[in-house]
Design a protein around this ligand. Structure first.
Ligand SMILES: [Zn+2]
Length: 123
């Protein structure tokens, strides 16, 4: 893991640790941030700058261009999935994206701390 990847994850965790939305704090074990511009060429991901899975946060940009706000948003999704591993991703199928409570929560998490300027739309 590069120093930049570690710094982004630790900064995002510090911001989430200040929130008490779930019983357990987010765990960084096995969590990686991976630049994957090819992924964001897929039609359903084209509008996003980041996309979280259970263990991997994919980002469009190189890590030195990725903001703490974006990683905080995506790590919040990892945190949600650590508590609701099936329902959280399924909720996007059932409830859609824009008004999804998990999406709104991740936006609040990223706005909960004066971070760097945000860039683009978060997935
Ligand atoms: Zn999101």
């Amino acid at each position: 893991m590069s120093p930049r990847e570690r710094a982004l994850l630790q900064a995002a965790k510090a911001r989430l640790d200040a929130l008490d939305w779930y019983p357990r704090r987010v765990r960084l074990r096995h969590v990686r941030v991976v630049t994957a511009p090819w992924l964001f060429r897929l039609p359903w991901l084209r509008r996003f700058e980041g996309y979280a899975t259970w263990w991997v946060v994919f980002v469009r940009a190189p890590l030195n261009e990725v903001s703490e706000d974006l990683v905080t948003h995506e790590l919040c999704h990892v945190w949600q999935m650590q508590h609701h591993p099936l329902w959280m991703p399924l909720s996007y199928l059932v409830r859609g994206y824009a008004a999804n409570p998990y999406e709104l929560e991740a936006r609040r998490a990223a706005a909960s701390w004066p971070g760097q300027a945000s860039t683009g739309t978060r997935g």
